[in-house]
Design a protein around this ligand. Structure first.
Ligand code: NAD
Length: 356
């Protein structure tokens, strides 16, 4: 059956980088991949047209699609808008409306780009880790929350870190399944020595692990995990953690690679429907100049092929094509170094197609 892909380019460099990723999808379709592409508005672009960052038409397109390819949202133009209609609301709305609870963020350092990291090449060269972050629960969504005024007139801010067993079970399963396709190791990150909600996290992950006897499970406190990520990141295969810890650790892990323009992500629901997007933002400072790096978005297509479309061979091909263009010395401005050939966004996309 034809798989429907919703393409939401968004703002800033979004349309430029998504155009290159769409070229890859179109090339694979021409070879026989059974997909259809439908386009929709999201973020600031949607606000300008319709007065909301997530129009009903986009939400129903996203709901009816098998996978969503998203560029990025946001920009200077919309910063003064009320928070309820800011571009980022479009993204958060999609995540929660589609129940995309599992955020997969690989941090891979291509050997060709080992110099891009701020860490020593021997610490990061060959790095290939996957952070699995719970995305729809925890302290970012827990109630009650707010800022209240105490009896003495002082203000007090409060949030609630809350997790149900079922929420922990489903994210743990995703992590174990992914580890089964990789090196077979899961490190669960918590703060079980201080926070009861993550004591339950540790207990539940340990129980889920009984169904995965081939996977090696370890536990680590989040403070130690942050330290280990910069000390010896290659010790990790898959890390699974809560929404807030994952937010922080995945940004830290992405910077081990030094190149924000290279990293894809996936957000999945219980049926492996997913939204695929680069981890970077809309880069308004370079929008419209045809200099943005499209590789994170192209690698997001590889993740879509692997996790939603169930086409691991095609996913490998796309990733190999990216590696080949790096071997050829082609670099967009953000990853350019001496002796390499500087190329534009569209030239990079064309080179990946040629390598494919
Ligand atoms: P950003 O990721 O957009 O940019 C940070 C820096 O990295 C900039 O100098 C930018 O030019 C550069 N950069 C990012 N992607 C690049 C690429 N593909 N190629 C080359 N260089 C690249 O983060 P920011 O500047 O903090 O945010 C800009 C806007 O993006 C804001 O409105 C923010 O809210 C939004 N944002 C959106 C998302 C998303 O859509 N998922 C994520 C983060 C930020």
């Amino acid at each position: 059956m034809t798989k429907k892909i919703a393409v939401l380019a968004g703002d800033g460099i979004g349309p430029e980088i998504v155009a290159e990723a769409v070229k890859i999808l179109e090339a694979l379709r021409a070879e026989g991949l059974d997909i259809s592409l439908e386009y929709g508005l999201v973020g600031g672009a949607a606000y300008d047209e319709t007065g909301t960052p997530l129009p009903d038409a986009t939400l129903s397109l996203a709901k009816s699609a098998d996978a969503i390819l998203l560029g990025a949202v946001g920009g200077y133009k919309w910063e003064s808008l009320d928070i309820s209609v800011r571009p980022e609301k479009g993204l958060l709305g999609l995540r929660s409306e589609l129940n995309l609870f599992a955020n997969l963020r690989p941090a891979i350092l291509y050997p060709q780009l080992a110099d891009a990291s701020t860490l020593k090449p021997e610490v990061v060269s060959g790095l290939d880790l996957m952070i699995v972050r719970e995305l729809t629960g925890g302290i970012y969504f827990g109630q009650p929350r707010g800022i209240r005024v105490l009896e003495n007139g002082e203000k007090q801010g409060f949030n609630t870190l809350i997790y149900r067993e079922s929420e922990i079970e489903r994210i743990a399963k995703v992590a174990f399944e992914i580890a089964g396709k990789r090196q077979g190791r899961v490190c669960s990150v918590d703060k079980a020595n201080v926070l009861e909600s993550t004591e339950l996290w540790r207990e539940t992950v340990t129980t889920v692990a009984e169904d995965y006897p081939d996977i090696q499970l370890s536990h680590m406190y989040v403070d130690n995990a942050a330290m280990q990520l910069v000390r010896a990141p290659k010790q990790f295969d898959v890390m699974v953690t809560t929404n807030m810890f994952g937010d922080i650790l995945s940004d830290c892990a992405s910077m081990l690679t030094g190149s924000i323009g290279m990293l894809p992500s996936a957000s999945l629901d219980e049926n492996s429907k997913g939204m695929y997007e680069p981890i970077h933002g809309s880069a308004p400072d370079i929008a419209g100049e045809n200099i943005a790096n499209p590789l994170a978005t192209i690698l997001s297509v590889a993740m879509m092929l692997r996790y939603t479309l169930n086409e691991p061979v095609l996913a490998d091909r796309v990733e190999l094509a990216v590696s080949r263009v790096l071997d050829q010395g082609l670099r967009t401005a953000d990853i350019h170094s001496e002796g390499m050939q500087k190329v534009s966004t569209s030239e990079m996309g064309d080179a990946v197609i040629a390598a494919l």
